[in-house]
Ligand binder design. Sequence first.
Ligand SMILES: [Fe+2]
Ligand SMILES: [Fe+2]
Length: 429
Amino acid sequence: MKILIAEDQNISREMLVKMLANIGQIEAFATGLEALKAFEDAFDKSDPFQIMISDISMPVMSGFELLKAVRASENKKKIDKQNRIKILMFTSYADKDTIVSCYRAGCDDYAVKPFNKKVIIEKIKKFGFTIDETTELNQSDETKQTEKTMGQMVSDAIEGFKKGKVDLPALPHIVQELQDLISSPNASVTDMAKIIENDTAISIKLIIAANSPFYGGVEKTKDVKMAINRLGLDVTQSIVAAIANKGLYETKNPSIKKLMEKIWMHSFATAHCAREIAKKVSSMGYEKAYVKGLIHDVGATLLIKNIGENATEKTDIDINELINAVFEVHASFGAFLLNKWNFGKDFVSVASLHEWNKYGDKTEREILIVNLADILSYKIGYGFFSKDVGELSDIQSANMLELTDTDLKIIYEKAEKAVIESSGAFAKI
Ligand SMILES: [Fe+2]
Ligand SMILES: [Fe+2]
């Protein structure tokens, strides 16, 4: 059996290939265009694919366009219905609505991410293919068990949030309120102080941060207003966003504590990189870029925290498997969360698109900034997914922002310094 895979995310694609390696002959591609070419080539060589598994949301040529192109090509070739390639589409919660259009365009079935081996095998069997039971069980039972459980755990966690069974932390509210305030031309220190003072815990933490060596001045800051006066509206907003966010990374479960700290440092470093990039490429909006960097991986943060805290002692959490399973869905889940929290569209699209690697001309600059900031944070040692960063000159977002290797080096060195110096201001918070 020949299986064609189209999935733009490297980690997800590799995982899928590994998962299906003993089921058939796999060819996997990062773009719809390459997959379409492979489909045509195989047909020309009279060795066609029987199954195609495609992600829906991919840049340049989406899974939906690929699906339409494949069916159109089959029509042209006058291939009868039972000999057509079976198409299984994968989607995430963010674009579940596209499923209806996919069915109309001729897909045979769909499934929701994360990829789950058992689900894929069931779907393939439903298509009428036989899978050798021994092949199916080839993996050691132990690995299979973890794989199933982890995929299931991620799905359950998403479902829990979606159905309101798990409470969303309320703290990002203040971040949004300040964001709104700052974008109005009449924003004043008094207005900002009013919003912050509503939250005593955050007020105290802001004063502590304002007096830390990194932000501290000669005179000791005694109240919120004084802190804002000294730091300025923009910087205060960033600090409050960092304080409000940091709570998301706290956990009682010791087995994920280190990982949560790592994600916090990753987010913090991405925020600093985003700020430095914004300073270089635009004349304003540095602090907005900072906040976007800070929350870009909020989907991963809440999923890992939830799964970690709900795991019973019997469930042995394999951190790497957890990270890989979460990676596939964290962008769309982050977009879902920010939407729920009523963040603006620009925040939602940063969460949903920051991991893409093929951007178009119309991509908003802030998405490019956060994508690049995320990559640079890996470069300075604050990564947490098993991502291969590669050469600076190959980063598409950097090229689109017209940043040279030297620019990037200056940016990440500045960001690295700022991370080291300012993380102390949040350490005790
Ligand atoms: Fe991410
Ligand atoms: Fe990230």
